[in-house]
Design a protein around this ligand. Structure first.
Ligand SMILES: [Zn+2]
Ligand SMILES: [Zn+2]
Length: 333
């Protein structure tokens, strides 16, 4: 596991087995992700796929550009893909006056079209219902359509026409495992305010190592507790310090969102999970998705280490901190 970035401003992690390499989330610009992979000794060209946990911008900021550059498939759940596409489609907004003007012009165009059709009955049989609505001739429409496939072959052109275009999209369903190369991936649903958010457990059969990513969750429900059993390397959220968040600069509405059951795990909630519900099997616990505004790395570390210490007999379980500004050294088992 190589955490390239973790925090409220961007998340991305490489998970690699002997034969397979995947990137989980692409929450920094493509350029920055490439730079971080280089810093961490990861070859971007060796990536087999990109997996997306959810559509929030701190997880997808560089996704489309990176996927097109590397020409690799992107794995989403279907609702997440749809939500991401909606996000990527530029919306045109119109003032009411402009809209009225637009409607008027359309009316005039339609009237002119109808006038032509009545004057020139010979031309009428060639007019289809749809062509009179869009106002173009059938021949022009056909030409435009035939130009599409060639243009789409050039990724930059395709991207300009459709910013959500990707080399290939694969769907998974949280709760159902799938394979990429020699990695078995088990996505699990997380409680978070996105379309269909999830975390992942990765298992390499050849190395019998299990790694998991669980960030962006408001609390730890039973299905997440169950998924995080027998994990060797666990990237776990420790987003905020409760007091810092309450006294901090965020507007009340945002504070409520973060604190809610579909927000983020506090240091306290993470510690509670580690002390009560965690099975203690990890060699490394990596604390991630720390808020720069409402947390201090030392506080997150202290809370988690105390929780582990309370468990007394837990050996291993080294607690590390993932960073926002730089990659964490690769964790190899
Ligand atoms: Zn999120
Ligand atoms: Zn996030």
């Amino acid at each position: 596991m190589t955490v390239l970035a973790s925090g409220s401003k961007g998340n991305s992690t490489v998970i690699a087995s002997a034969q397979t390499r995947v990137l989980v989330d692409a929450g920094l610009s493509c350029r920055e992700l490439m730079k971080r992979m280089k810093m961490a000794g990861e070859d971007p060209c060796a990536l087999d796929a990109i997996l997306i946990t959810h559509e929030h911008v701190d997880h997808v900021a560089g996704l489309s550009v990176l996927a097109r550059k590397l020409r690799i498939p992107v794995y989403f759940s279907e609702p997440t893909h749809r939500a991401w596409m909606r996000q990527m489609t530029p919306r045109t907004t119109m003032t009411y006056a402009k809209w009225l003007d637009h409607v008027q012009k359309e009316k005039e165009a339609r009237a002119a079209q109808e006038a032509v059709e009545t004057i020139d009955p010979v031309g009428a049989p060639f007019m289809t219902a749809s062509s009179s609505w869009v106002g173009g001739s059938p021949i022009a429409l056909q030409l435009a359509a035939s130009a599409d496939p060639q243009e789409d072959d050039i990724p930059e052109v395709a991207a300009k026409r459709d910013p959500a275009s990707l080399p290939a999209v694969e769907y998974f369903q949280p709760g159902t495992s799938f394979r990429i190369g020699d990695l078995t991936i088990a996505p699990f649903t997380t409680p978070h305010d996105a379309a269909d958010p999830c975390g992942f457990v990765f298992e390499s059969a050849t190395e019998s190592v299990r790694m998991a990513i669980a960030t962006d969750l408001g609390y730890v429900p039973p299905n997440v507790r169950a998924a995080l059993q027998r994990i060797d390397v666990l990237l776990l959220e420790s987003n905020h310090d409760l007091e810092m968040l309450k006294d901090g600069p965020y507007p009340w509405a945002v504070k409520q969102r973060v604190l809610s059951r579909v927000g983020h795990l506090s240091n306290h909630a993470t510690a509670e999970f580690l002390a009560r519900d965690y099975d203690g099997s990890a060699t490394y616990i990596v604390l991630g998705h720390l808020s720069e505004t409402n947390n201090v790395p030392e506080l997150a570390l202290l809370a988690a280490e105390e929780a582990i210490r309370e468990r007394g007999k837990l050996l291993g379980n080294r607690v590390l901190l993932a960073h926002q500004a730089e990659p964490l050294a690769s964790i190899c088992l």
